[in-house]
Design a protein around this ligand. Structure first.
Ligand SMILES: [Zn+2]
Length: 256
């Protein structure tokens, strides 16, 4: 058994080598923009999640790093989390969760945007593909981060498919990265290609998750705290977030 563990560990270390070098450049303060210097050419980055709290928990530390570096970050929520509060009507819950999302975006210095679907009634069809494509075309992103499609939550899967279809329609021109949420409970089969050191921004990530007071943040953040630490161990830092880069998309965001 020990031999097996050692072999797995060695294999993972070897596999992670490339990713560590990418994250290492970021950790060392390398600019994310295409040109060197203090972001003279800031990127437009969309973080696409299903519900208020998904982009924050999956990539809040990275969002803070990107916005601090001068990049324009838009958090695009597919829904307003209308089904997410027991005992509240969809309208009431939507209002409460929109306000929480706006607070989270202030903490992360991102601009909130809403794609107009309703939590609990999310649709994936040709009309919705067109609608989502128009939103992303309007944003003209250099990079989009979204849910990994193998996830127990139907709305997470829907968001991932909507982004993927738009990426195909836009001729694969933006960098496409996937983030993980509640790994083991929701996201599964997630083997990262890139890591970002969020040690310096973990406190803001935590704060952006805890403003989602309607969602029992102490419970969901406990899982993400373990994930941040685990990914940090893999990278060799205290806290990290991990991503899967679509190999057919450009790498406009994370430097190599
Ligand atoms: Zn969610």
């Amino acid at each position: 058994m020990l031999g097996l563990i050692a072999m797995v560990s060695l294999t993972r270390r070897r596999l992670l080598g490339q990713a560590v070098s990418a994250a290492g450049a970021l950790a060392a303060g390398a600019p994310l923009a295409r040109t060197a210097g203090v972001t003279p050419n800031p990127l437009r980055i969309v973080i696409a999640g299903a519900h208020a709290d998904d982009p924050e928990s999956g990539s809040g530390g990275t969002i803070a790093r990107l916005s601090d570096a001068g990049h324009e970050v838009v958090i695009l929520y597919l829904t307003r989390g209308e089904r997410g509060i027991q005992g509240k009507t969809y309208d009431e819950a939507g209002r409460i969760r929109t306000a929480e999302a706006q607070k989270a975006c202030e903490i992360l210095k991102a601009r909130p945007a809403f794609a107009g679907q309703v939590n609990g009634k999310v649709e994936v069809n040709y009309a919705r593909y067109d609608e989502y494509l128009k939103i992303l075309e309007g944003e003209q992103p250099d990079a989009v981060f979204t849910h990994w499609p193998i996830d127990t939550h139907e709305d997470h899967r829907a968001t991932s498919l909507l982004v993927y279809d738009a990426w195909l329609s836009m001729k694969r021109k933006f960098a496409l990265y996937y983030f993980e949420v509640m790994t083991g409970m929701q996201t599964s089969q997630f083997w990262p290609t890139h890591y970002v050191d969020i040690t310096a921004t973990e406190a803001r990530k935590r704060a952006s998750c805890f403003v989602h007071a309607s969602q029992k943040p102490e419970e969901f953040y406990a899982v993400h705290d373990q994930m941040n630490r685990c990914r940090g161990m893999e990278l060799g830092v205290k806290y990290a977030e991990a991503f899967i880069h679509h190999a057919q998309s450009p790498e406009a965001t994370l430097p190599t």
